[in-house]
Design a binder for this molecule. Structure first.
Ligand SMILES: N[C@@H](CCC[C@H](N)C(=O)O)C(=O)O
Length: 282
C-alpha cells in the first residue's frame, strides 16, 4: 500500500505535507530522513488525528536531517492551503508541540498563521549561559578586534533564532558561516541563523541558515523572529514586509503580543510513499 503526500512550497521553503489522520503509521527521525531521500524537503509536516476537539490536526515538524522543530511558519501555511482545499473553514486551529496555531484565509489566496507569542528570556531561547539583555548578546565570529559578524539579537518563536544585523545580506558566505553558528556552544539546542538588513522602517531583507536544513529560500519563523527583534531594538515598527530569496512575508507583531505571518503557498505535485518507509525505520 502507498501513502499519499503533497509536495508544496511556502515562498520557496520546500515542504512535504503528509496527512496521517486516520492512519496508524508514525514518523520517526529515521523515517523522516528516508522520506527526504525520496522527496527532498526543508521541512516535513506530519498531520495526526487531533488530540483536542477544537483543532483539525496534531502536527509534528521534521527537518531534512531528521531533527524535530516545534515551529514552521511556511509549512503551517502550506498545511493551511491543503486543508482549505479539502473544505476546512476559513479560520481553524492546529495543534503543534509548541501549542495552538490559528490558520486563516487572507486576501488574494494568501494564508495567515498566528505564530503565537515570542519569548526573549535567555533560558527560553535557550542559551547556554545567562544574558540579561537578549536584544544583543555577546557572540562574534572572526578576529576579536575585527569580527565578521557580532552581537546578534536572539528570540524563540517556537524555535530558536539568532539574528545578525548587517548592511548587505549577500556580503557574507552564509553557507560557510551558518553551520558554525548553528552549532555554537552558546546554543544548546542549536539555532536558526539569520542575516537581516533593515531597508526601511517597515521592511527587512533576510537570508537564513536553518537548523537541520541549511540554506533555504525562505523561513517563516526566522521572518517572525527577525521582525520582533527589529521592533524590539527600535530598528522598525511592529508591522514589516520581509523579503527573502524566495518571496515576501508580512509580519505583524500585534498589540496583543501575537505574531501574525501572512504569505503565499504553492502546490507542486502529489506523490506516494511506500508504506515500508515507515516499517523499515520503526
Ligand atoms: N522553515 C521553517 C522553520 C523550520 C524549522 C527550523 N529549521 C528549526 O529546526 O527550528 C519556517 O518556515 O518557519
Amino acid at each position: 500500500m502507498s501513502i499519499p503526500y503533497a509536495k508544496m512550497n511556502g515562498i520557496g521553503n520546500e515542504i512535504v505535507v503528509l496527512d496521517l489522520r486516520g492512519r496508524s503509521e508514525t514518523v520517526t527521525a529515521e523515517a523522516a530522513r528516508a522520506i527526504g531521500a525520496q522527496e527532498p524537503f526543508d521541512q516535513l509536516m506530519v498531520l495526526y488525528a487531533p488530540k483536542r476537539p477544537d483543532t483539525l490536526a496534531f502536527m509534528r515538524i521534521f527537518n531534512i536531517d531528521g531533527s524535530e522543530s516545534f515551529a514552521c511558519g511556511n509549512g503551517t501555511r502550506c498545511v493551511g492551503t491543503r486543508l482549505f482545499e479539502a473544505g476546512a473553514p476559513s479560520s481553524f486551529l492546529l495543534e503543534s508541540r509548541a501549542g495552538l496555531l490559528r490558520v486563516e484565509k487572507a486576501e488574494r489566496g494568501l494564508v495567515t498563521v498566528d505564530m503565537g507569542e515570542p519569548r526573549f528570556g535567555w533560558s527560553d531561547i535557550p542559551l547556554a549561559e545567562p544574558f540579561a539583555d537578549t536584544r544583543a548578546i555577546e557572540l562574534q565570529i572572526g578576529p576579536i578586534d575585527a569580527p565578521i559578524l557580532h552581537s546578534p539579537s536572539v528570540a524563540n518563536v517556537g524555535n530558536p533564532h539568532a539574528i545578525f544585523w548587517v548592511d548587505d545580506v549577500e556580503a557574507y558566505d552564509l553557507a560557510a558561516i551558518g553551520p558554525m553558528l548553528e552549532n555554537h556552544p552558546i546554543f544548546p539546542e542549536r539555532a536558526n541563523i539569520s542575516l537581516a538588513h533593515v531597508t526601511a522602517p517597515d521592511a527587512l531583507t533576510l537570508k537564513v541558515w536553518e537548523r537541520g536544513a541549511g540554506l533555504t529560500r525562505a523561513c517563516g519563523s526566522a521572518a517572525c523572529a527577525a521582525a520582533v527583534s527589529a521592533a524590539r531594538t527600535r530598528r522598525t515598527g511592529r508591522k514589516v514586509r520581509v523579503t527573502l530569496p524566495g518571496g515576501e512575508l508580512v509580519i505583524d507583531w500585534t498589540a496583543e503580543n501575537r505574531i501574525l505571518m501572512t504569505g503565499a503557498t504553492e502546490f507542486e505535485h502529489d506523490g506516494l510513499l511506500p508504506d515500508d518507509i515507515f516499517a523499515a525505520a520503526a
